[in-house]
Design a protein around this ligand. Structure first.
Ligand SMILES: [Cu+2]
Length: 68
């Protein structure tokens, strides 16, 4: 699965680093590519990771995603 999430709280490279680290910790997440200016993060994953789990994790770490 591959999806781009819009994360309004992204403001600098540290936000991208935090999001990348936390999402890559999830089993099944293959890659995380963030872009500061567009506030978009592209995530590639396989099971057991799920979109719901990714959204939940983003919420927990203070970077809730909105529909792009
Ligand atoms: Cu930041």
């Amino acid at each position: 699965m591959k999806k781009t999430f819009f994360i309004p709280n992204i403001s600098c490279k540290h936000c991208i680093m935090t999001i990348t680290r936390e999402l890559e910790d999830l089993k099944g997440v293959d890659s995380v590519q963030g872009d500061i200016s567009s506030k978009h993060v592209e995530v590639t994953w396989v099971e057991p990771a799920t979109e719901a789990l990714i959204l939940e994790t983003l919420e927990e770490i203070g970077y809730p995603a909105e529909n792009a």
